[in-house]
Design a protein around this ligand. Sequence first.
Ligand code: 5CA
Ligand code: ZN
Length: 409
Amino acid sequence: MYAWPASEVPALPGQGRDLRIHDTATGGLITLDPGPVARIYVCGITPYDATHLGHAATYNAFDLVQRVWLDTKRQVHYVQNVTDIDDPLLERAARDDIDWVALAEKETALFREDMTALRMLPPKQYIGAVEAIPGIVPLVERLRDAGAAYELEGDVYFSVEADPHFGKVSGLDAAAMRLLSAERGGDPERPGKKNPLDPMLWMAAREGEPSWDGGSLGQGRPGWHIECVAIALDHLGMGFDVQGGGSDLAFPHHEMGASHAQALSGEFPFAQAYVHAGMVALDGEKMSKSKGNLVFVSKLRRDGVDPAAIRLALLSHHYRADWEWTDQVLQDALARLERWRAAVSRPDGPAADALVEEIREALANDLDAPAALTAVDRWAALQQEQGGSDEGAPGVVSRAVDALLGVAL
Ligand code: 5CA
Ligand code: ZN
């Protein structure tokens, strides 16, 4: 699948810092040590509805990871998927009496436009679940042949016991896992499973649902976790630097994905760090397509809201915090954007080298975007109150804000 166009990332004087980031598996901050090509996999959307601000906040966090790495003069190998076949997509298509393929294409196209408008750097590979099926089937066959998967009435399940490291991503106990599994696409109540937590790898064709040739697995479609594993292993390999997504993916999705990959390869870990963004809420509840309490990026854009202000609104919260979208959040971002634009539109200003270092330091410290915004606020206030005589400074600030925060002034 094609992704979306990259906005330019201006070069900055000096050199960025290595990223220290919170890893869900160890429960603390770790300093990543990527090679010359840093590798990141970020879980993509299930395209049955438009991109809401919760999605945008999560992709914003991982866009910052990319920008910090680029600033250290590394290349970034970024891979993202699109879950373009799954139950919610089929259910929504049936509800609205439309073709599920057309629905997925329409919402994926809108997502690309939203990402472009928000200046999110695109993945190098943007891969749909459907196009990944030929790579998924042999992985499921291998797991089955190694005894790490078993058949139940034509469906194939992964046996969580096959991975000695199972549980290390989320650190949850069995009872908590069972609750979340039921909530998030698992089927712990199904009779006949070896362990109630075992997730599906391959679902045998169901009457009236789309299915694909699964070789020795028979006609069917892939489970959710193996989709991301197949795509990540194909393009990044084991031990890549960051596995990213919202905190609702830590269990079961990233836990199961890590176990699939570790059972397949015999290696540990699947990813060096599991990084999770907090949940954005509206009216006191997590914004979610199933609840329908959504603010869409595309709707704000249609209403004429500058995407740079939407981005500033996202940046004004730490990525790990759960926070609430309110109109005030957007009003504050619009006011900030106006102040910053006024400050950089002058021909000269207060020296900016220290500011660039402050933004770098803030982002390298577990992506502390709010601290970076405060630093720019201070420079803009100084500009407003005292001005300055450094001719290059406004240009340096607008390039730094673009390169490191993805905000075009
Ligand atoms: N296709 C799968 C991942 S393989 C999926 O979870 N799709 S999604 O469309 O439901 O979510 C896409 C991303 O947005 C995920 O990382 C998810 O954790 C994140 N996300 C969903 N809702 C919110 C929210 N309210 N706040 C923050 N992030 C969210
Ligand atoms: Zn995923």
